[in-house]
Design a protein around this ligand. Structure first.
Ligand code: FE2
Length: 272
């Protein structure tokens, strides 16, 4: 994916280590948090809502060291400030070491609803609340360890599991669908679509099916995978996922529910 030149990471103040956000950026953050806090009621899982209370994002763009202090006290995780895009090897190594990589720039007001690059709102609001939960944190860590044991096409296949769980996972809570995926919970449209809309398929998470299901990054997801709860999510890693990733390459993709081409007529860079 080509990097948008208007989105570059901010440099911390040399004296305080803090990142300075200007008034427009602070307003954008508060707008996004307030809108999303409303939308996720009865749509986010209870563990996410609890994490959100612990992290308290309402008043200002958070600093990574403030988030790290809170996460460490609950699960031992921390936030690692990284450049906008980092190599996969570095990304998975950070996860294995319980460090969540996060860019620190924030979207411009003209793109408040959607941008391709993950900004600080997606990273911190979307993912960090659940890093106060041990089962979710353990899943993320173990996923990072597993991803480092494979390369190339097999790693790309394994990334589908990341996509359909950490980014776009649903779970069941008292018989209702609730979101735990950060890609859902940092998007106003996807939050409503994933939980309420009748259009998308919602199917029980079977790792082989997920590994054989292509996705695109630039559309509302047509299919979501559902787990019973976060401990059950962690249990999916007890299966031999590396062998399954290899086998999924031999079996090939399941029929996709979308055009492989994006609105520009090109094969989407997000089709993996
Ligand atoms: Fe993400």
């Amino acid at each position: 994916m080509a990097k948008d030149p208007k989105y570059i990471n901010k440099i911390p103040d040399p004296k305080t280590g803090k990142i300075i956000y200007d008034e427009t950026e602070e307003i954008t953050w508060r707008f996004l948090v307030a809108r999303q806090n409303r939308l996720i009621q009865n749509r986010a899982c209870k563990e996410f809502l609890r994490g959100l209370e612990l992290l308290d994002f309402a008043h200002k763009v958070p600093q990574h060291f403030e988030m790290s202090e809170i996460l460490r006290s609950h699960t031992g995780w921390s936030v690692a400030p990284v450049p906008e895009i980092i190599p996969a090897e570095e990304f998975f190594t950070l996860l294995k070491n319980k460090q969540f990589p996060s860019a620190n720039f924030i979207r411009v007001p003209e793109e408040v609803d959607y941008l391709k690059e993950p900004d600080i709102f997606h990273e911190i609001y979307g993912h960090c609340p659940l890093l106060t939960n041990q089962d979710y944190g353990d899943y993320m860590q173990e996923y990072g360890r597993l991803a480092l044991t494979v390369k190339g096409k097999e790693r790309m296949r394994l990334f589908r599991l990341f996509w359909f769980t950490i980014e776009f996972g649903l779970l069941k809570e008292n018989g209702n669908y609730r979101a735990y995926g950060g890609g859902i919970l940092s998007s106003s449209k996807e939050t409503v679509w994933a939980v309420d809309d009748e259009s998308p398929d919602r199917i029980s998470l079977d790792p082989m099916t997920a590994l054989r299901t292509p996705y695109r990054i630039d559309i509302l997801q047509p299919v979501y995978f559902v787990v019973e709860n976060l401990p059950a999510l962690f249990k999916t890693l007890e299966k031999d996922l590396i062998s399954m990733a290899k086998e999924s390459l031999l079996l090939g993709d399941l029929p996709s529910k979308f055009s492989l081409k994006n609105q520009d007529g090109e094969v989407s860079s997000g089709v993996y």
